[in-house]
Design a protein around this ligand. Structure first.
Ligand code: FPP
Length: 259
């Protein structure tokens, strides 16, 4: 049962919630959403794009600082080419339509993943959106596009090995700080680790999404399919986060005062 009245005004909701600074979302269930309606899978992805718009604005209004969305994984290339082509067109349509709204809301677009491996048109759309929103000082909307967590760790390891080979650092210098700077979330600084990760559609796994950064992330799974996901669903996830006791391997105040 929801603890907070999500339909009340925003400031009331915010006052009762601990807002995660960084929320990451695995947007799953587009295909099943379409199948249930006897529609082609791409209809699910099209509706999903509108959900991205709604949830971006809702997260920004709630005061989230970074919203990372898993839009295309390095494994998604194995889908039928029609579907891949459609998914590659989505960022173009999305940014064409939505950049003015992002600018109006002071939202800055960033992308992690292998952008150079995307089709030229998608690359241009992504780079334009980054440039057009670079002045945004509010929420960072961070798209994971052609992203895979294991590749990210392997590439970071190669980059650090090269620094060692070049004599810039020694192996004993390698620590979490050096590693974080070699990951694709480096420019997010202290906000690189998601506080809350949401996965829609009832699947209970991380699917190669931010495995390094998610070490202490709170996980939230919902059966709602991404095309149906609403701002109220987001608030429900944040309600759950608000009640979590994050200890990061330590003890909380309650236990400490008992000892
Ligand atoms: C997973 O659902 C979803 C994807 C692989 C694509 C996610 C893309 C979007 C939500 C749209 C992105 C929008 C922009 C602006 C880039 P699925 O197809 O695996 O669903 P299923 O598990 O039900 O088959």
């Amino acid at each position: 049962m929801a603890l907070f009245k999500t339909k009340t005004n925003l400031s009331t909701v915010q006052a009762q919630l601990k807002i995660p600074e960084h929320i990451a979302i695995i947007m799953d269930g587009n295909g099943r959403w379409a199948k249930r309606r006897l529609m082609p899978r791409i209809a699910g992805h099209k509706t999903a794009m509108n959900t991205v718009k709604k949830i971006t604005i809702a997260a920004n209004d709630l005061g989230v600082k970074v919203l990372t969305l898993y839009a295309f994984s390095t494994e998604n290339w194995s889908r039928p080419s029609d579907e891949v082509n459609f998914l590659m067109q989505l960022p173009i349509d999305f940014f064409n339509d939505f950049v003015p709204e992002l600018v109006k809301n002071n939202i800055q677009v960033q992308v992690m993943g292998n952008v150079d491996g995307l089709p030229k048109g998608t690359q241009i759309a992504v780079k334009n959106a980054i440039n057009q929103t670079v002045q945004g000082t509010g929420m960072i909307l961070n798209f994971a596009l052609n992203y895979g967590g294991q590749v990210e760790i392997i590439e970071a390891t190669k980059a650090i090995a090269q620094q060692v080979a070049d004599g810039e650092i020694s192996p004993s210098d390698i620590d979490a700080n050096i590693f974080s700077k070699a990951l694709q979330t480096a420019n997010l600084g202290i906000l690189a680790a998601p506080d809350l990760m949401i996965r829609t559609s009832g699947e209970l796994r991380l699917s190669n999404f931010m495995p390094y950064q998610a070490a202490y992330t709170e996980l939230y799974f919902t059966d709602v399919l991404w095309p149906d996901y609403t701002a109220d669903n987001l608030v429900e996830a944040i309600e759950s986060f608000t009640l979590r006791d994050r200890r990061f391997g330590g003890l909380n105040d309650k236990y400490e005062s008992e000892s």
